[in-house]
Design a protein around this ligand. Sequence first.
Ligand SMILES: Cc1cc2nc3c(=O)[nH]c(=O)nc-3n(C[C@H](O)[C@H](O)[C@H](O)COP(=O)(O)OP(=O)(O)OC[C@H]3O[C@@H](n4cnc5c(N)ncnc54)[C@H](O)[C@@H]3O)c2cc1C
Length: 544
Amino acid sequence: MNRDKSPKVLPQDEYNQVLISNVSPPGWRNPEPSKRYNLVVIGAGTAGLVTAAGAAGLGARVALIERHLLGGDCLNYGCVPSKSIIRSARSAEDVRLAGSLGIRVPEGMEVDFPAVMERMRRLRSKLSSHDSARRFQEMGVDVFLGEARFTGADSVEAGGKRLRFSKAVIATGARAVELPIEGLREIGYLTNETVFSLTERPQRLAVIGGGPLGSELAQAFHRLGSRVTLFEAGDHLLGREDSDAAQILQDAFVKEGVQLNLGSKPKRVSRTDQGKVITYEKNGKEEQLVVDEILIGVGRAPNVEGLNLEAAGVKYDRKNGVIVNDFLQTSNPRIYAAGDICLQAKFTHTADATARIVIQNALFLGRKKLSALTIPWTTYTDPEIAHVGMYERDAKERGIEVDTFARSLSEVDRAVLDGEDQGFVKLHVKRGTDKILGATIVARHAGEMIGEIGLAMVGGLGLKAMANVIHPYPTQAEAIKQVADMYNRTRLTPFIKRGFSFWLGLNRLNSAAALSRYRHRAQSVLSRAFAALAKKKAPERKEE
Ligand SMILES: Cc1cc2nc3c(=O)[nH]c(=O)nc-3n(C[C@H](O)[C@H](O)[C@H](O)COP(=O)(O)OP(=O)(O)OC[C@H]3O[C@@H](n4cnc5c(N)ncnc54)[C@H](O)[C@@H]3O)c2cc1C
C-alpha cells in the first residue's frame, strides 16, 4: 500500500523537500513482508536505525517501521538543528567579543536570522542522506512507513501489513511533555518539533525549563538577537549538574543578558494586543511577562501510546516508558527496547549504545548489560558542561567515599589565552585509590575533553596513569593532566620526601669518595622511598 500523504516539515523549501525525500519519501511503497523476520524494529530514530543497520549487516532479515520521519528527533528536531544554530550563535557572540581581543569590528554587526535557519536546513538536509529510506532499503532492510501496532506476542501491524517476528525492538523514542499551564494550548507555543521551522526571529522569547534543551536554546536565541527570559522552577539551571558547574553557566547567562527567572513557575498564559502574557509565581507573588513566543523545553514523555503493548505483553508506564531489565529485554522475552523509550539518559549516543546491546542480546545470545556502560553527556551551552560517571552525591548515596581533585581553568595557560578561563575540571576517585568514579568539566569545548576521562574509565586506567599522558602545550585539556598531577603530589609523604632529600643531599657533596662511603645506605633509603611512592595511594581529600 502506498502512503497517500507524506509528513510536512516547514518551511517547504528546497532543503526540507530533500529532507522529506530522504526520510519520508512521497509515494513510498511498503514491501511485501517476509514470512518471519529475525528482527522487527519499531521506530527509526537513532536507536532503531543503528539496530536495523547492524542486524542487517550481520545477515539478519530485518523490518524497520517508522510512522513519521526516519532519523527521529536527533536529525529532524533535536541534536542536528540545535547544534547548527548554536554554531551560528557562537559566531555572533565571538564577533561581539572581538573588541576584547583587539579586533575592531565595524559598527552594525547584524544577525541574519533567516540565513541562520536556512543554513541549518541545508546542513540537516545534507546529513539526512545517512538516514534515508532508500539507503536502508539498499542495506537489505524492509522499510515500512506507517504506525506500528502489536497484534500479539510475535506480530505487529504497520501500513496495513502484518509482520511476524522472532525478535522485535521497541525504539519509539520520546516527545515534549505537555505542561499543565492554563491557556497554553489555546495560545499556542513552540516545542523542539516546531522551533526549528521558524523563519523569523521572535523578538521576545520565553523559554520554560532550564534543563539542557531550554538552556542551550535560550542562549542560542539570545545570541541570535531575541530578548530571552528563561523560567526555571529549581534554584539553579541544569538541575542534574553540580551547583558549582551551573553557577558558572548562570554567571555567563547574566553577563550576556539572558534574563534568568529561577525559582519561578508559570501558571497561566493569555493573549493581549501586546503579545502573549505569562503569569508566573515567584517568591509567593504573581508577576507577569509579555512575550511574542513561548518555547517549552521541559521534560520528555515516552512514546508508548498506540503501540498496543498490552497485546504483546510488554509492561510500561507513561512516565518511564517501556520497562526493561539490565539486558534491555522487556516483560515479553522476544521483545527488547532501546533509546529514549526505556532510558533515563536520553541521548543519541545512549540510543546508539543500547542498540548495539540489543543486537547482541536479541540475535546472538549475548549477555551485554546496560549497567556496564560508562555514559558521558554534554550540554552544549557556552561554556559547555560535560559529565561522565558518578557525581559526588551518587557516590555518597552508595556509601562510597571519594577524594575530589579540581583545577580551575584560570590556572590553565590556554584557557587564559583564549579568554575562556571560566570553568574547571573536577574528578572524583574512590578514596585512598586512583580509581576514577566520575568527572565534570566546564569549558568551552568540554564535550571534546570528557572523552579522555571516559576512555580512562572504560580502560580501567587510574589517575596515576593519566598523569603520564602528555598533552600538547598549550591546550585546555592540559587541565586533566594537571588534576592527575595534583593526585600524584598527594603521594609524596614526608617519609618519601625525606628519602629524596637525603639522596639529593648526597649528590650535592659531589664527591665520588663520599658517595661510595654512603652508597649502601643511600641505595636502601632511595629504594624504600620509591617502593613507598609506587604503593602510595591518595591519602586524603585534596581540593584546589
Ligand atoms: C532539541 C534537542 C536537542 C538534543 N540534542 C542532543 C545532543 O546534542 N546530543 C544528544 O546526545 N542528544 C540530544 N538530544 C536527544 C536525542 O535527540 C535523543 O536522545 C535521540 O534522538 C533518541 O533516539 P531514539 O531513537 O531513542 O528516539 P527518537 O529519535 O525519538 O526516534 C523514535 C522514532 O520512533 C517513531 N515512532 C514512535 N512511535 C511509533 C510507532 N508507533 N510506530 C512507528 N514509529 C514510531 C518516531 O516517529 C521517531 O522517529 C536532543 C533532543 C532534543 C529534543
